[in-house]
Design a protein around this ligand. Structure first.
Ligand code: SF4
Length: 244
């Protein structure tokens, strides 16, 4: 199997301008078949990516990081979407009860150490779950905030290839797709939440704010840590992939 950097060079050459449906059909059905998973928060825009995936293969593995701090509405929405889309391989991952007791017994860690809280509730469980695959798919978009403006569709993430098939879609594209397909809407959208994660760290946003402005208000933190700065955010060449 080629090294991730070599794969990304080839994938970018073939698919960087391709529509999400073609990217997904290729990575799921050709390049990484049986070695790939979708990671979904079942948040504000989740239905769009999951519908695209389900249209190709409803048995695609989908990982949901159940941090133990989600809104009840998110858990209900997850179950609703699974049924609506007919997804058959959604798996919840997350910290064990013993880890929660050891690292955040009073469920207050997010208020004084959100990085540490995200690390044991999100980052570590995902790293463990991804050990069995070579690539993973996210629903991230460039319009979501300043830290994602230059996000490529194909990235290197450690030894994995990370694929962001919706990177180039605008908020209008997402809304149009969801409306056309009459996809179920996350119940918190109607209350002004536009990027939804754990309840203690998510708030509604105003009309002039970025989509992710309601995440970790009061902290400088803008990402949970599962999306590390990627080597592939830099232009890749064959030379860099060979380590010269
Ligand atoms: S988003 Fe907040 S509650 Fe959720 S894991 Fe991160 S710090 Fe903890």
């Amino acid at each position: 199997m080629p090294a991730p950097a070599d794969q990304i060079i080839e994938l970018r050459r073939r698919f960087d301008d391709a529509p999400p449906s073609r990217i997904l059909a290729t990575v799921l059905g050709e390049v990484f078949t049986g070695r790939i998973a979708v990671v979904s928060s079942f948040g504000a825009d989740a239905a769009v990516l999951l519908h695209l995936v389900a249209t190709i293969d409803r048995a695609t593995p989908v990982l949901f990081i159940d941090t133990g701090r989600h809104f009840p509405e998110t858990l209900q929405y997850r179950d609703l979407l699974i049924g609506h889309l007919g997804l058959t391989a959604v798996r919840s991952i997350g910290p064990s009860a013993a880890e929660i007791e050891r690292l955040d017994a009073d469920s207050n860690r997010s208020t004084w150490d959100p990085d540490g809280c995200c690390a044991f509730r999100k980052v570590v469980p995902l790293e463990q779950a991804l050990e069995g695959v070579d690539a993973w798919i996210t629903g991230r978009k460039r319009f979501q905030g300043a830290t994602r403006t230059h996000m490529p569709i194909f990235e290197i993430d450690g030894r994995h290839v990370k694929i962001n098939p919706l990177a180039a879609w605008s908020a209008t594209d997402i809304q149009a797709y969801a409306t056309t397909l009459a996809l179920p809407e996350h119940p918190l959208l109607a209350r002004g939440y536009r990027s939804i994660s754990c309840a203690p760290c998510t708030s509604a946003v105003g009309p002039d704010e970025e989509q992710r402005a309601g995440r970790w208000r009061g902290f400088e933190k803008t990402e949970c840590g599962i999306h590390r700065p990627a080597l592939a955010n830099q232009p890749l060449t064959n030379q860099s992939s060979s380590g010269k």
